[in-house]
Write a protein of this length. Sequence first.
Length: 130
Amino acid sequence: MPPPLRSSYARTTSMNRVVTHKLIHAFDHCRARVDWFNSFRHLACSEIRAASLSGDCSFVNEISRFNFGLKEHHQVCVRGRALRSILAVCKVSREEAELVVDEVFDSCFHDHAPFTYRDYENRDRYYANL
């Protein structure tokens, strides 16, 4: 007997999120030649991007973790997940990890590659070309 639809959907969604997270790391490895073992900045940047772009900090996921806020909650979640990832894989103090995450956060959080976004200011031109 197949599993209930809801649990199957939840497993698929979770798997998609994990695979997307890992593919963002793979993209960073190829594009930026990330030095995973010697550069905390590289690791922090990739973790920030993966947490932000994979859906790790989506509203639904945050509600399921009983974490939600109204103002800049996505950024808070991304920062926290990146920090926990760094602390899990590196022998570094929490203060040093926080400093590294803070140093690279803005530039890495706003880097959406390989995903793109639609330029809503020029959307009429976009639809005219369909």
